[in-house]
Design a protein around this ligand. Sequence first.
Ligand code: MAN
Length: 230
Amino acid sequence: MLYEQHGLLRLVYKFEAYLPKPARDWIDQKLRDFRVLLIENGILAESDSSSSESKAVVNARNAVKVAQDDLNSLQTQLQDHKEDLHKDYGVDGVFRVLKGQCVSKDSGEYNYDLCWLDTIRQKSKKGGGETGLGNFVRIDSVEVDEGVSADGKGLGTGRRVTLRYENGQHCWNGPNRSTLVVLACAEKDEIWKVAEEEKCVYRMEVGTPAVCEVTAGNGGQKGGQGKDEL
Ligand code: MAN
C-alpha cells in the first residue's frame, strides 16, 4: 500500500515536467495536500521529522510504553500484597485493620502519636520538629501484675500483648529511641500512660478492643484478654 503510493507520487512528479507552469503549480498543490492527508492519517511519515516513523507507529509505541508501565506497577503491588500476607498481624490478624491508624496523647511536656504497626512520634509542646520513638518491628507479649485505676484504665494482671517499636531517632549520648507498647482490652483505642523508663527508652500503656478476647462463638483465641478480667 505504502509502496504503491510512493510509486504513484514519483510517476506524477515525472509527468509534471512536461506541463505548462500553471498546471504544474496546481498539481504541486494537490500533491502537497495529498501528502498532508496521508501524514495526518498516520499512513506516511513526516519526512522533515527527526524520526522516520509514521504517526501510527509512534502512537502504538507510546501505547505499549503506557501498558508496560501499568503492568510494572501492578506487579509491584501484587508483590507487596503477597509479602503483606506473610506478615504477623496478631491472632486472627486483628491488627491488620488498625495498620496506619493513629492515637494521640497529651502527656507532660510532649504530645505522643502512636500509629499502629507503623511509627511512634513525640512532639514537644514548646515547638520544634517531631522525634521518632521507633518503628514497628514485632508483636509479642509480657506478663504484667499491675493494678487497674478506678476508671478501668490499667493493664491488670496476666499476659498482655505487646508491640515493639525500635530504631527511632538517635539519642544524644544514648541509644536509638525505642518503645514498648503494652496493650489491654478496652472499649476504645486510647493511650493511658507514657513513661520514659530509661533515657530514650519509652513504655506506653494502651487500651484497645483489638486485644479483647471473643468469648462467644469461634473460641480457640489465645493471647487476648476478656473484658471480665478488668
Ligand atoms: C528529647 C526527648 C526526651 C529525651 C531527650 C534526650 O528531649 O526525646 O524524651 O529524654 O530528648 O536527650
